[in-house]
Design a protein around this ligand. Structure first.
Ligand code: ZN
Ligand code: ZN
Length: 765
């Protein structure tokens, strides 16, 4: 007979861990107890060694579906006299629980939802301890029904019995509900008039007629229409002011296989507890209209992840639905009923609403499979907040993140929490959302930051907000924070070679960086190599109009004016003339070393005209078009500067001699891969460093990331990149916290007020 204490660290609360362990212990006839604590759960079990081993094996092999186990620590202790296995009350020293994010509908609830004999048959809010809302309906910690927006719904006797029975899969399922006692759906028109009692059937009928329905989903309102109806999609695009960006679609698994090529890993991700939008390769089909995702070779798809979506998709049959965030262009997702009725009535014809209040907006998360593993592109519903634990105390801080695709992070004690995707900080509504979410998080997790960390960019909205908080401000360079975010995610402290390729980040020399190679301790990175600077004609607007990067690079490459005319033939002469003047007179043309802008220029040459209506549009165009190529363009390196002008010359030459654009795109990508691999090798040779960190939006390119991993691993490097944390600017906040904590003991709580030198990092030594 032995007794073992097991501590499980990770996201293990709100996922049914306690009742599952309770049932397992009872099945194996073990005694002991389990309770929730600050770090996760603590279990003690007692019985024959063979059986306790079996218990631990089973826990490791079949943890609850939504659990994230970071560590299991066990220790043999003295046996006790006891007769049974108990679920003990939770022990919280504070209220910072590692609660699970929202969880997609589980297979058991799915079965019940469509079982005519079940009492929750077709009930759109069915859930259990393994699935349902979590952070979208919590008001306060600890996670308990009275602290959620379900507090106003009194459980019926049947629900209450299930809730209190540890053998039931709804034991302490805080959102538990049924049609007798829980929330209900309502289908209304713009004037608020109820259309039909049979709301799901009627809503789908209207969708089939080409109407747009605003549906109150899990993390906010969504706009839904028939993805096969070109006119409806067009109307939605116009009304939302979203001309090109691909729209996400929702399908059942059967239909998915007709419209896309999906791998086993992609299916598993789609069905996972987080159920994000997954980018999958399109198949030729006549089910989805072309304008849902034109100009790219992928669809963003999701499976119906809530019972409500399950019912809609079932009713829609073979039809695929467009499901996109309910917001106006540049604004945040709407999650309040009154605001939805007011703002979305400009777009939607009808509203499918319910009376379970959403406490904070979450967009759908986006991910893609790279190298057979998930890569998070946008972290939000089902993924956020992301919790991390450290083994030493951290400075209580707020990290602002970056201005585009903002997420912020908070640290306190041993905890770090990364927020959901907030949006681009340019609009007042996103800024307001930022403030609301921050206030909620500080309250939920009981954190009072003592310092604030921001980007080095003096013009960033996030920097301005940071400066007005009345706290000491530390600023760190954007790309160093990118690399530090990888070091953070993988707990690295050894010297690394960091490759940060993205759009624009304010550099320590006042230029805009974005194609950078670093080396050294992640706390103290040296800028080793970078792309050669070229003028960013017009500053920020160059990120919107690829023609500006293209012309700038062509002029830098000393290509003669006759040839230039041919390349830019279809642009107006005035525009080219004005841009040229800008270039020659160096007006409003800050310098950049951005790989993102080099991609823009390359996309322009192979036919991407017009504007980036969303970040990375031109780069997606190029990636979609590119063929695999072994040939590459030449480039040279002088004084640690990577001269890319030969690449431009090579591309132009290929264009002039009629080489296929698909091939040019492929050769360009192959060249960028070559730059990464050969520069890394050079730096490694000089420094002896064998660990590589990759970060930045450019690495969302599947070809580039997969092949970089392949080539560098083959050469014996340990290669790390952001996986759970967005690889784009959404992960910056974690890098900022990493860098802040590098300061170590001089920044403890007691000394903060006396010894800190705000903004000491501004001009890095
Ligand atoms: Zn369930
Ligand atoms: Zn009930």
């Amino acid at each position: 007979m032995i007794r073992i204490r097991v501590k499980i660290i990770g996201v293990v609360q709100g996922v049914g861990f306690r009742p599952e362990v309770y049932n397992l212990a009872n099945k194996l006839k073990l005694t002991g107890f389990i309770f929730n604590d600050l770090n996760g759960v603590t279990i003690e079990i007692q019985g024959q060694k063979k059986i306790t081993d079996e218990f631990i094996e089973s826990l490791k092999k079949n943890p609850p579906r939504a659990a994230r186990i970071d560590a299991i620590i066990f220790k043999e202790i003295k046996t006790k006299k006891e007769k049974e296995f108990l679920i003990k009350p939770s022990k919280y020293e504070g209220v910072r629980q590692s609660l699970s994010p929202d969880i997609s509908i589980c297979p058991d609830c799915q079965k019940e939802l469509f079982d005519p004999k079940n009492r929750r048959y077709l009930y759109p809010f069915i859930n259990c301890y393994s699935c349902g809302p979590r952070f979208t309906f919590i008001k306060k910690m600890p996670y308990d029904r009275r602290n959620t927006t379900m507090s106003g719904f009194k459980m019926c006797l049947e629900c209450a019995a299930e809730y209190n029975d540890p053998k039931n899969r709804r034991f302490h399922a805080e959102p538990i509900a049924c049609s007798k006692c829980g929330p209900a759906l309502k289908l209304i028109d713009k004037k608020g008039k109820e259309i039909s009692k049979d709301s799901i059937r009627e809503a789908v009928k209207l969708i089939k007629k080409g109407k747009i329905i605003a549906v109150k989903g899990l993390g906010g309102y969504q706009l839904i229409c028939d993805a096969g109806n070109k006119e409806a999609v067009n109307y939605l695009r116009e009304a939302k002011n979203r001309p090109h960006k691909p729209l996400a679609i929702m399908v059942d698994e059967g239909t998915l296989k007709k419209i896309a090529q999906v791998s086993a890993e992609e299916i598993a991700l789609l069905k996972s507890a987080s159920s994000p939008i997954v980018l999958v390769k399109k198949k030729k089909n006549n089910i989805v209209a072309e304008n849902v995702a034109s100009g790219v070779n992928e669809y963003g798809v999701m499976l119906p992840y809530t019972p409500l979506h399950q019912l809609l998709i079932k009713e829609a049959g073979e039809k695929v639905l467009v499901v996109t965030s309910g917001n106006l262009s540049g604004h945040s997702i709407i999650f309040k009923d009154q605001e939805a009725l007011k703002s979305l009535s400009k777009i939607a014809d009808y509203f499918l609403m319910h009376n379970r209040e959403i406490t904070v907006g979450y967009d759908d998360s986006v991910a893609r499979i790279v190298n057979k593993e998930p890569l998070v592109i946008r972290a939000s519903r089902g993924v956020s907040p992301l919790f991390f634990k450290r083994d030493k105390d951290l400075i209580p801080a707020l990290a602002m993140g970056a201005d585009l695709k903002n997420s912020f992070a908070l640290s306190s004690g041993k905890d770090i929490i990364l927020s959901q995707y907030i949006g681009d900080m340019g609009s007042a509504s996103v800024k307001k959302r930022w403030l609301d979410v921050r206030n909620l998080y500080e309250e939920l997790f009981n954190i009072s930051p003592q310092v604030v960390v921001a980007d080095l960019h003096p013009g960033y909205e996030t920097t301005k907000i940071a400066e007005n908080l009345g706290l000491p401000v530390y600023q760190f360079q954007h790309h160093k924070a990118h690399i530090a975010s990888v070091a953070f995610e993988h707990s690295l402290s050894e010297p690394v070679i960091g490759v940060a390729f993205d759009g624009l980040g304010y550099g320590e020399d006042g230029n805009f960086w974005g194609g950078e190679f670093f080396s050294g301790d992640p706390c103290n990175l040296n800028r080793e190599h970078h792309l050669a600077y070229f003028p960013l004609l017009g500053g920020d607007i160059a990120s919107v109009e690829p023609v500006r990067a293209a012309l700038s690079l062509v002029l830098e490459s000393k290509i003669n004016s006759e040839r230039i005319k041919k390349i830019f033939g279809d642009e107006t002469n005035d525009k080219i003339f004005n841009l040229k003047t800008m270039y020659e007179k160096k007006i409003n043309s800050p310098l950049t070393s951005s790989m993102g802008r080099l991609f823009d220029a390359a996309s322009y040459f192979i036919g991407f005209r017009g504007q980036n209506t969303y970040e990375g549009e031109a780069a997606c165009y190029l990636e979609s078009m590119a063929e695999e190529a072994e040939e590459k363009y030449r480039y040279s390196v002088e004084n640690r500067t990577i001269l890319v002008f030969k690449i431009i010359e090579g591309m132009i030459k290929d264009l002039e001699s009629g080489v296929k654009k698909e091939k040019i795109a492929g050769k360009f990508q192959r060249t960028v891969l070559e730059i990464i691999v050969s520069e890394t090798l050079k730096i490694s040779k000089e420094t002896g460093i064998r660990t590589v960190c990759l970060s930045g939006g450019v690495f969302q390119n599947r070809y580039l990331l997969e092949n970089t991993l392949k080539k560098l691993s083959k050469k014996g490097f340990n290669v790390y990149y952001n996986k759970m944390v967005p690889i784009s600017d959404g992960g910056i906040a974690l890098g900022q916290l990493y860098l802040l904590n590098c300061k170590g003991p001089t920044l403890t709580k007691e000394t903060i007020n006396v010894s800190c030198h705000p903004r000491s990092d501004k001009k890095n030594k």
